[in-house]
Design a protein around this ligand. Structure first.
Ligand code: NAP
Length: 319
């Protein structure tokens, strides 16, 4: 009887010190007026005891443990590597954000920085410092092969915008894919063949036990001399020392890094100063609070109606 008196409250749990809790609670509340949204800190003990679903942004695992009935969490981030690592072995189901708006923001970022490399802006910037007037030979987009590591929600959207811009596009995934206009490769065995024809390599993989340190000296050596690398996924996928060595030897001509092992990137790190590195502050594809809240709301509505969860993260696979 008592549980009927406890309102159906959905808490929002965040990383310690996160600055936008109230803005998220408001956006989520607007998107689902039929639910009662609260920051975790505002939950009563009775509401904690009854809570079955929570919305999270890299939550503190100790706080999740205070919700004994919790069955699933909906992350407002697309990448859930930190949540998966923090939770360890768990029965809790995780739903991550899959938002077409996020995919199109990422596709825009990929196209922007691919064009930056394709039109050799780093070279012209250096020439300007030297007051050197020297046009470089034009290469058509169709003559450049851009390869995507990861053909998921973000990789596939990026592939479409690269195709539209006229690039030759390849992509690599775990399972086989068929995407019109994209030469698709899958599994470890097929990676060398893709790398051998790549001018610009773009990483959009999740960080998992299989992808941690994947972009190392061996993989970089499989790229043609002068290729470049964009990492918009997670810092730990790239072996930093190996990348630095490949840049020093000019095997890799330039790299654009949006993500790092430690963020913010400490001021002492070599990437800040390196002439062949563009450092970005993890800004390739920020989550749009409004569209993300609408998607979370729709998923929770379906769950309330049918008891079914949207597609959940495969914890053993890591994504
Ligand atoms: P997703 O839909 O889960 O797609 C992941 C892709 O990677 C899939 O194609 C998957 O292959 C492939 N993959 C995973 N492990 C692999 C392996 N061992 N070998 C080969 N391919 C593998 O993920 P998403 O939504 O596209 O997001 C990708 C990542 O982007 C996120 O995990 C996050 O780290 C990052 N991200 C960055 C930003 C930013 O602002 N920098 C913003 C959002 C997300 P299958 O298709 O065969 O499963």
């Amino acid at each position: 009887m008592k549980s009927n008196l406890v309102p159906n409250i959905i808490p929002f749990l965040v990383a310690p010190g996160y600055a936008h809790t109230q803005a998220w609670v408001q956006a989520l509340q607007t998107a689902m007026p039929e639910e009662q949204l609260v920051a975790f800190g505002d939950m009563s003990d009775a509401a904690k005891a009854a809570c079955k679903v929570a919305i999270v942004a890299n939550p503190n695992p100790a706080e999740l443990q205070q919700l004994p009935q919790l069955q699933w969490v909906h992350s407002v981030w697309a990448g859930v590597e930190r949540l998966v690592a923090d939770l360890g072995k768990t029965d809790l189901e995780i739903v991550r954000l899959v938002d077409p708006q996020l995919a199109s923001t990422m596709a825009e970022a990929v196209l922007t920085w691919v064009l930056y490399l394709h039109r050799e802006i780093p070279v012209y910037a250096r020439q300007q410092v030297q007051k050197k007037w020297q046009p470089r030979e034009y290469v058509a987009a169709s003559q450049r092969t851009v390869s995507l590591l990861g053909l998921g929600a973000l990789g596939e959207a990026a592939a479409q915008s690269l195709l539209q811009a006229g690039f030759t596009v390849c992509g690599w995934s775990r399972s086989p894919k068929l995407i019109a206009g994209v030469e698709c490769f899958n599994g470890e065995n097929e990676l060398p063949a893709m790398l051998a024809k790549t001018d610009i390599l773009v990483c959009l993989l999740p960080l998992t036990p299989d992808t941690r340190g994947l972009i190392n000296a061996r993989i970089l050596a499989l790229l043609p001399q002068g290729a470049s690398l964009i990492n918009f996924a997670r810092g730990a996928i790239v072996n930093d020392d190996d990348l630095r060595a490949a840049l020093e030897s000019e095997h890799i001509s330039h790299t654009v890094l949006d993500v790092f092992d430690i963020e913010p990137l400490p001021v002492s790190e070599w990437q800040w100063q390196h002439p062949h590195v563009s450092v970005l502050p993890h800004c390739a594809a920020p989550t749009d609070r409004k569209t993300a809240s609408a998607i979370v709301a729709e998923n929770i509505r379906l769950y309330r109606l049918s008891g079914e969860l949207p597609q959940t993260v495969d914890i053993t696979r890591g994504y």
